[in-house]
Write a protein that binds this ligand. Structure first.
Ligand SMILES: Cc1ncc(COP(=O)(O)O)c(C=O)c1O
Length: 368
């Protein structure tokens, strides 16, 4: 069979894309290493799982799955609108917030346009911008933080979209309210800024930007949030975006008709009624963050203080070996080579038991 025909046809922009590599699934690691128990600390999921109300709502509705879902997600959008004090016409639902990132790239980026993003940051921005044949302007982090000053200086007449993960993945750092206010006031009105707040609910800092308020007054802002992280619904794939009506209307033109499945909608609606689950999850991460910090300090490892539910840790030249030996012990963490941080691992914060196991194994590996 002749090869390379289609690679040539799709062109170098597509062929340059490095496919997104998610954290390894539990079952795969169990099979490969012959393990009974595996702890997954690789994809920033909620170790406490979803709300019991979400599980019950799914059980109650599961026999209805032969119907198509509500393509407009009306009930969920109304629940979100009420919770966030806005109009449901300001909301778009996505099959995960990453689907909304794709929609944004699809409609706002054309060949030759510029998309600005931090590096390293959430990898989907680059993949989606490449798909749209846009030019990527990567702005390096400064002290592990997104450098808004350099980002604003990177804006040209060709810039169409700026992606800002806040907290940033994989560093867990934030940009603050006043920095964001300054940034937005200097951004041309025809540049869309995406504040991706997947880890918003975990943030402890008091000066975190009030982006929903900003979006009310700036039609060029979209805020993305998700049910995958603190709400513990990652496997169902559901996230949402909040923006002015014009942006939402544009995005709805490329949204596929039933992009958010029925059970995801049902579970998300039920989850919103259980803010106790959110509080408990936030509390766990706050306590466990301190536990991990203190042990990482004892191990004399550099780490980046986090506002999210994961920690970026420098383990040095042996990163690949550390990652592999943790895997052998049934602990999945994320090596950061794809993020050009080859000496680091990113570890999701787990329960006390999981964190203890992680620290114990890490210590054993590093001292062997
Ligand atoms: C910064 C950031 N944005 C978006 C996502 C995607 O979330 P979702 O599961 O809603 O697609 C992630 C997931 O890891 C993330 O880290």
């Amino acid at each position: 069979m002749k090869e390379c025909i289609f690679s040539k046809l799709v062109g170098s922009q597509i062929m340059r894309i490095r496919p997104y590599r998610p954290g390894r699934p539990l079952e795969e690691v169990k099979r490969e290493f012959g393990l009974k128990k595996v702890i997954k600390l690789a994809s920033n999921e909620n170790p406490l799982g979803p709300s019991a109300k979400a599980i019950q709502a799914i059980r109650d509705c599961v026999s209805q799955i032969y119907f198509y879902p509500d393509g407009s997600g009306r009930e969920l959008k109304e629940a979100l609108a009420q919770k966030l004090s806005l109009d449901s016409q300001n909301i778009i639902l996505g099959n995960g917030s990453d689907e909304i990132v794709s929609m944004i790239a699809q409609v706002f980026l054309r060949r030759g346009d510029n998309a600005i993003m931090a590096t390293p940051s959430f990898l989907m921005y680059e993949i989606d911008a490449n798909l749209s044949q846009a030019r990527i302007m990567s702005v390096p982090l400064k002290d592990f933080k997104i450098d808004l000053e350099r980002m604003i200086r990177a804006v040209t007449p060709k810039t169409r979209v700026v992606f800002i993960a806040n907290p940033n993945n994989p560093t867990g750092t934030i940009v603050k309210g006043e920095e964001v206010d300054r940034f937005v006031s200097r951004l041309p009105e025809n540049v869309l800024v995406v504040f991706d707040e997947a880890y918003y609910e975990y943030v402890e800092a008091e000066d975190f930007p009030q982006t929903l308020d900003l979006a009310r007054n700036h039609p060029n802002i979209i805020v993305l949030r998700t049910f995958s992280k603190i709400y513990g619904l990652a496997g169902l794939r559901i996230g949402y975006g909040v923006a002015g009506k014009e942006i939402i209307d544009i995005l709805n033109r490329v949204r596929s008709p039933f992009n958010v499945n029925f059970l995801a909608q049902v579970a998300a609606i039920a989850s919103l009624t259980d803010q106790e689950q959110v509080r408990r999850s936030r509390q766990l991460i706050r306590e466990e963050k301190k536990f991990l910090y203190s042990h990482l300090r004892k191990l004399e490892l550099f780490f980046v203080p986090t506002e999210a539910n994961f920690i970026l840790i420098e383990v040095g030249k042996k990163t690949k070996e550390v990652e592999y030996r943790l895997l052998e012990k049934g602990i999945i963490v994320r090596g950061m080579r794809a993020y050009d941080l080859p000496q680091f691992i990113r570890v999701s914060i787990g329960t006390r038991e999981q964190n203890k196991e992680f620290i114990g194994e890490l210590q054993a590996i590093l001292s062997s």
